[in-house]
Design a protein around this ligand. Structure first.
Ligand SMILES: Cc1cc2nc3c(=O)[nH]c(=O)nc-3n(C[C@H](O)[C@H](O)[C@H](O)COP(=O)(O)OP(=O)(O)OC[C@H]3O[C@@H](n4cnc5c(N)ncnc54)[C@H](O)[C@@H]3O)c2cc1C
Length: 467
């Protein structure tokens, strides 16, 4: 154990840290199991005062901190480096709902609250918090804000940044920056909370947040549709937007390859349409009032079938069927993990260029059979998860060798089409090279200068986003 870590331990209450190797283990792995780090100290603060104390001692002694929420991030942002000198700070004990104001539609919570606990609390109070991620039972709101998470409700409610009214952050020098105010309007210059949203723990530790709430959803209707071309789904998306923009909440896309994976690893989930088609989309409408959404969706389905945009559609008839259809989409990441190694991409391009992206990407993947390319995701935002599984007959070493080449080919196409190599997962450890390559000089200068200004000792999640 280094001398510095001993100083830190001596200054903290023993109830908020552990150096037990077994207890530390789960905090050192990445969700997908690809990246592993080292650390000899896990700190579990209970409140902002604890965090202030920890950060002040760390800054004074130049001890590096890796903030962690639910550890569901997909870019290695929570992994300490391999020299073992960084300490892990988990917000899991900071899980209190502090206040809910129903009349003013907001909620204040500690940053370590799980997303599902926030959604449940809002629901119990006749309110709705729309952020919707398959990881919602494990991820925390602090992590959601630090990654500016997206998910399945962006179409109607936007990314996490649209849902945050204020945050309290402990800065790298231990001072508190608090933008949680008891007012809705405050235009005294630019709002510093925005630099922390999406900053992946590199600029401070988010300790509390004020979230925007919405009325409870009264009516919801979902349909899963089947077709044979992604172009049809884009036309269906545009048509649905034109018909009922204000009710349109989700448009999630899957393919026959995704259904095959679900069928293989989750045998109890029925596969819609017997998987006879190549493209599928879950379309969901919701409303706060008692509107007849079923009539609206049936109208859309009938016209879309008549115009040959879709070939078939299923409206679930009960909650079980509804949940099972959503599972065919939400379990894809897990199914792919069970299937073995894959090269993953979380890209976005202007939506009208999605067919061109798919065509060009396929062309540069001639080493891979068609069935090894899994495409799914948030088509409404031009955001696809484009993942390539290792073919059974390809050795691990050949697959690993192809990894960088595949990535650079895909990212070049994305860049050429005016897109992003990271639509919603962030940079973390794994996309630093691309961040440097595809970010404009001006933006890089602003971001790295901000990091140096706020964190001159580089104690906050070092080696993530920046080198
Ligand atoms: C099955 C599955 C599906 C997913 N689907 C989506 C999806 O649809 N859309 C999407 O955007 N993401 C998705 N994700 C990714 C992930 O769930 C999100 O990035 C989530 O927002 C991370 O929250 P977390 O609490 O787990 O953060 P962590 O993984 O613990 O941390 C993520 C980053 O935030 C930093 N951090 C965490 N808490 C704090 C804090 N309090 N203060 C400062 N920094 C902090 C960490 O240092 C790290 O850099 C998915 C993940 C899984 C496993």
């Amino acid at each position: 154990m280094s001398n510095k870590i001993k100083i830190l331990k001596d200054q903290l209450n023993q109830t908020i840290w552990t150096d037990n190797i077994e207890k530390l283990k789960p905090y050192l792995y990445e969700q997908r199991g690809n990246i592993q780090g080292k650390s000899s100290l896990l700190i579990l603060p209970k409140n902002t005062a604890d965090v202030v104390k920890i950060v002040k001692v760390c800054n004074k002694n130049k001890i590096k901190i890796v903030p962690q929420g639910g550890r569901t991030g997909l870019c290695g942002g929570t992994i300490p480096n391999k020299n073992g000198e960084e300490v892990v700070l988990s917000t899991e004990k900071m899980n209190q709902i502090i206040q809910i104001n129903k009349d003013r539609f907001y909620m204040v919570v500690q940053a370590g609250c799980s997303l599902s606990s926030i959604k449940n609390k809002a629901f119990e109070n006749n309110r709705f918090f729309p952020l919707s991620l398959p990881s919602e039972s494990s991820c925390t709101i602090g992590g959601n804000i630090s990654t500016n998470a997206g998910g399945a409700a962006v179409l109607k409610y936007g990314m996490t940044k649209e849902l945050v009214e204020g945050i309290e952050v402990v800065l790298p020098n231990g001072e508190i920056l608090n933008s949680i105010k008891n007012i809705e309007k405050d235009n005294r210059g630019f709002d510093p909370k925005y630099i922390h949203i999406g900053s992946e723990g590199t600029l401070g530790i988010i300790t509390k947040v004020k979230l925007r709430l919405f009325p409870k959803i009264n009516k919801k209707v979902m349909v899963i549709v089947a077709t044979n071309a992604v172009e049809n789904l884009i036309n269906l998306l545009n048509y649905t937007k034109n018909q009922c923009y204000e009710y349109f909440s989700s448009f999630e896309v899957n393919t026959n390859i995704g259904f095959d994976l679900i069928k293989k690893y989750y045998k109890d989930i029925p596969i819609p349409f017997d998987n006879q088609y190549s493209w599928y989309a879950i379309v969901e409408l919701c409303s706060y009032d008692d509107l007849d959404l079923e009539k609206k969706i049936k109208n859309i389905i009938n016209n879309s079938i008549k115009n040959k945009l879709i070939f078939d559609a299923i409206i679930p008839q009960n909650l079980k069927q509804y949940n099972n259809i959503w599972k065919t989409r939400e379990l894809l990441s897990e199914a792919q993990k069970l299937h073995g190694k894959s090269i993953k991409h979380d890209i976005s391009v202007p939506i009208e260029k999605i067919p061109l992206f798919l065509k060009r990407a396929r062309k540069c993947l001639n080493n891979f059979p068609k069935n090894n390319i899994l495409t799914f995701g948030h088509l409404a935002e031009g955001n696809l998860h484009y993942n390539i599984s290792k073919p059974e007959n390809m050795s691990n070493s050949v697959f690993n060798k192809l990894h960088d080449k595949v990535n650079s080919n895909i990212f070049e196409i994305v860049h050429d089409l005016g897109g992003s190599f990271s639509a919603e997962h962030g940079i973390g450890l794994i996309r630093k090279k691309e961040f440097k390559k595809y970010t404009s000089r001006e933006e890089l200068i602003i971001k790295s200068n901000l990091k140096k200004l706020l964190d001159p000792n580089n104690i906050m999640n070092p080696g993530k986003i920046f080198n």
